[in-house]
Design a protein around this ligand. Structure first.
Ligand code: G3P
Ligand code: MG
Length: 254
């Protein structure tokens, strides 16, 4: 059962804006999106930042690893020029500010915990602790569908998140579902499986749903493929092509 929005903008605004930036969130909002996936990792001082790669160079001007810099240093770095000169004012967002913007604008969050190698536990704990504090009122009043969903490829990060925030929902990211995926997912008390759609089959989709997990796919950029996946019972997915696949996709198409 998937109580959340069904179509999410991947990394903020998909490929229509620099990934994991405020510009991406605004671009998504322009297209009607109020649901987003983004990636979070820790800076040197333990401050979580919104960033996909563990190193600078692709989306952020500069060199070295994310953990070579403090959060406030990263928060001054150019995260937009690689995409286009119009975006040179975009910086690496601090997770707290990014999540507060989402919450204030009614944007539902799938927060991907993206630890740099060796920082799984710290990253899982930090993200979960902050998210839990931010949603204390919603937890207390039982507004469960508004809670952020914490996902990760790292079981250590998910286990750490479970320890500090057992009441926040978790999802296992699995590129290919490995043998024994179900006990693995149960071991971190995940409520959903986030699968790479390229490796999913109708039978695997059915198995996930029959086992009682929510089923989400990443990253679906072709409308025909999106319709096919929804036909298999996939409940939600994220997309880079927010211009081709809108937030209401599938309500009439399948
Ligand atoms: O959370 C789904 C998707 O974002 C996982 O892959 O590499 O785009 O973070 P990646
Ligand atoms: Mg991601």
């Amino acid at each position: 059962m998937w109580p959340y929005p069904r179509i999410l903008a991947h990394r903020g605004g998909g490929t229509l804006a620099p990934e994991n930036t405020f510009a991406g969130l605004r671009r998504g909002m322009d297209f009607g999106f109020r649901a987003v996936e983004f990636d979070v990792m820790l800076a040197r001082d333990g401050v979580p930042v919104v960033m996909h790669d563990p190193y600078l160079g692709r989306t952020v001007s500069g060199a070295g690893h994310v953990f070579d810099y403090d959060g406030l240093e990263l928060a001054r770095m150019d995260a937009g020029s690689w995409f286009g000169a119009d975006y040179r004012a975009e910086v690496v967002p601090l997770f707290v500010e990014f999540a507060q913007f989402c919450k204030a604008n009614g944007i539902w969050m799938n927060i991907e915990i993206k630890p740099a190698r060796g920082f799984d536990v710290e990253t899982g704990e930090t993200v979960a602790r902050i998210a839990r504090a931010m949603f204390a009122d919603e937890l207390a009043s039982g507004q469960l569908a508004s809670l952020p969903l914490l996902s990760s490829f790292s079981f250590a990060a998910l286990e750490a998140a479970r320890r500090v925030a057992p009441d926040l929902p978790r999802a296992c990211l699995m590129s290919e579902l490995p043998p024994g995926w179900e006990p693995l997912a149960r071991s971190v008390e995940a409520s959903a499986i986030h699968a790479n759609h390229r490796h999913l089959t109708p039978a695997l989709a059915r198995a996930v749903l029959d086992a009682g997990f929510g089923l989400f796919c990443y990253t679906v950029n072709e409308p025909a493929r999106a319709a096919e996946l929804l036909g298999w019972g996939v409940e939600a997915f994220c997309t880079d092509r927010i211009d081709l696949i809108g937030p209401d996709f599938g309500r009439t198409a399948v």
